[in-house]
Design a binder for this molecule. Structure first.
Ligand code: NIG
Ligand code: FE
Length: 404
């Protein structure tokens, strides 16, 4: 229940993530929280009078973190494939042999809605314990109308039992299910004419995603799905250029995609296209790490073109069983050469943008009062350790989720 009280959180180093300076840093800052919203943020000496003051003890405050790319609702697990890959099998090879996404499809179809929810909760809790207050969750392990709906309902239901906003993406265009192996056009028609309208009618998707890759959909197939999404007024985004450069990102940019994700193999023309479209580049170092990819995303070119860069866990049972956004931030620094300031923007302001949300991701008047206090001295420390969680307190929508 939102708390209508006005509270002044003072004596914090604010990483506002607003403005031009790295971190939008305000030393000795204060934030006035008015229920769901921040009503003022700035230097403590300029703070408005407030009867209700909380001393943040000089800790660092950031916006609530946003994990803008996960597949955290799924059945089964793929530990056997992890083992197979360590014995020499390739990710694409396993997928072509009927494993990979399709093996999770089988387990997800077989799982009840209650089982899916029960297995997703501890994964979600792992993210929330690190100050995540908004999580995107994709479908895409159903690949039939009923199971896609079941996944999205499950994802939405998680938001009813935990203090988090769940943003959902319909990913029916993730792969071809076994029953349509020899009828790709038939499956695309099912997605466009049946699954997508059913999902939209039920109000279960905030966006439409796809996987454009040799082992998944072609550019032309994905574009059909994007055209169907447009008719339903749903924004699009794409898993693109993860394993090869097919040109998915250029097509996605043409459709005004919110984001293109993975993009290790994105070339300069792709960078130019997403820059012109205002599309966010979502980097997923967990998948790069687990698949032992060697091709890095074109970070210098993205910077030069001023493409907003986000970072996410890609939490999924196959390519990225990563349950820590802080770990993904560290990996983005070590593996992709992002700076700690870039990765913090990548899980706050730019992650919000990747989800099409303009009400959160920075500490500014008018933004959502999703805030995290950290037991660190300066914000650069967040991406520095691996396997250490310095969360001190979490404040979401006008309420302490985890008090000081
Ligand atoms: O983001 N790239 C495509 N989809 C997921 C993983 C799918 C899987 O292996 O289950 C990803 O990596
Ligand atoms: Fe993914």
């Amino acid at each position: 229940m939102p708390n209508a009280q006005t509270i002044l959180l003072e004596n914090a180093t604010l990483a506002t993530m607003a403005g031009e300076e790295p971190y939008g840093l305000i030393e000795d800052g204060a934030v006035l929280v008015d229920g769901d919203e921040i009503s003022w943020a700035g230097r403590r000496s300029d703070a408005p009078a407030c009867a209700n003051v909380i001393d943040c003890g000089g800790r660092v405050m950031t916006p609530g973190l946003i994990d803008c790319h996960t597949h955290l609702v799924y059945g089964g697990n793929r530990a056997n494939e992890f083992e197979m890959r360590l014995n020499g099998a390739g990710y694409e090879e396993i997928a072509r042999a009927g494993g990979g996404i399709v093996s999770t499809v089988k387990a997800t179809r077989a799982a009840s809605e209650a089982d899916l929810k029960a297995s997703a909760l501890p994964r979600l809790d792992a993210l929330l314990s690190e100050g995540v207050t908004t999580v995107e969750v994709k479908s895409g392990y159903g690949l039939d109308v009923d199971t896609e709906l079941k996944m999205l309902r499950t994802a939405r239901a998680l938001g009813d039992v935990r203090p988090v906003d769940i943003i959902t993406s319909f990913l029916g265009a993730h792969a071809f299910p076994p029953e349509f192996k020899d009828d790709r056009a038939g499956y695309i028609a099912l997605v466009c004419d049946k699954a997508l309208p059913a999902v939209a009618n039920a109000g279960l998707a905030d966006a439409v995603d796809g996987f454009c890759e040799g082992i998944a959909l072609s550019v032309e197939e994905t574009e059909k799905v994007f055209e169907a999404a447009k008719l339903l007024n749903l924004p699009v985004k794409l898993h693109a250029e993860q394993l090869s450069n097919l040109g998915g990102a250029i097509m996605a940019a043409k459709h005004g995609a919110l984001s293109v994700d993975h993009i290790e193999y994105l070339g300069q023309s792709g960078v130019d296209a997403i820059a012109a479209a205002g599309t966010v580049a979502v980097l997923l170092p967990g998948a790069f790490y687990y698949l032992r990819e060697t091709q890095k995303p074109p970070v210098d070119a993205l910077r030069a073109a001023e493409v907003p860069i986000a970072v996410a866990t890609d939490l999924n049972p196959g390519s990225s069983p990563v349950h820590s956004l802080l770990a993904a931030m560290n990996m983005a620094c070590v593996l992709f050469d992002l700076t700690p300031a870039e990765v913090l923007a990548g899980v706050t302001s730019n992650a919000a943008r990747a989800l099409g949300l303009d009400d959160r991701g920075t500490i500014e008047a008018g933004k959502r009062s999703d805030l995290v206090l950290w037991d660190i001295d300066q914000p650069g420390q967040l991406a520095y350790p691996l396997g250490f969680n310095p969360v001190a307190a979490i404040y979401r929508r006008g309420e302490w989720v985890r008090p000081l």
